[in-house]
Design a protein around this ligand. Sequence first.
Ligand code: NDP
Length: 278
Amino acid sequence: MAQLIDGKRISQEIKDELKEKVASLKERGKTAALAVIQVGNDPASCVYVGNKKKACEYIGIGSVSYEMPEETKEEALLALIDKLNEDTAVNGILVQLPLPSHICEDKVIEAISPQKDVDGFHPQNVGRLAIGKKGFVSCTPAGIVQLLKRSGIEIAGKNCVVVGRSNIVGKPMALLMLRENATVTIAHSKTRNLKDTCRQADILIVAIGKPQFITAEYIKEGAVVIDVGIHRDGANRLCGDVKYDEVAKLASAITPVPGGVGPMTIAMLMNNCVETML
Ligand code: NDP
């Protein structure tokens, strides 16, 4: 049976390290505050925003909430972001996605100052990642690299297949694995022979957004499998993009859902917030 990659334990380890770092930065007079903006009250977003605020409290940084109604005009949101960009007491700005459909997400992401973009979504930060320069990195992919490293899994020289090419997971994930010297393939909905492509992977990272899509047939024996997906199955239990029970029998290591990639996203958001204090 595969080694379980324990995101719950590793994310706690990271948050505890950050808590210590924040305490020593505070002794040197440095502080940080994260502005969290939510538009509307999508239940999942409320849970995510609540968890982010709790994590700030845990590691010892401030958070200021802006809860805006669903019908908020795009201009009003952009004006708030402008104000926060100028506010020297705010080091990080996070706009919870998705936004209501009348607001253009790209415009909002581009309005956030790249120096305060703790989600790492601004094109300037994505560009810096692409050319190997320092900048904020998208939290979920950064968390996956930490999961691998802290589980003792070597990345350099390995064949890594990333399934999914979204701007927030698949693409930055592929860039990060390249930075870590893996040989990287990106697969997507137009990929021919997805099974064969996946079976080449020493490290398979799945961010498709389709419940239990990846079965044992996609796995090379001994592969490391990282499951980014989060869904509810027919019995309302959380599950991922990977059919865990059958894949775990073939893989050498695997992330569970829940308790794998999920908790790492917030830990890495906190890491980005602490970076703003340095
Ligand atoms: P998107 O829907 O934006 O992207 C899905 C990607 O999967 C697309 O690139 C798409 O290809 C590809 N894809 C879809 N169907 C197939 C298929 N049959 N074969 C191959 N590729 C396919 O999703 P996200 O990247 O935003 O998220 C993916 C999953 O991860 C979701 O379940 C989401 O909930 C979860 N997630 C979890 C996070 C966490 O913290 N754990 C954070 C973010 C996301 P194409 O581009 O060709 O359409």
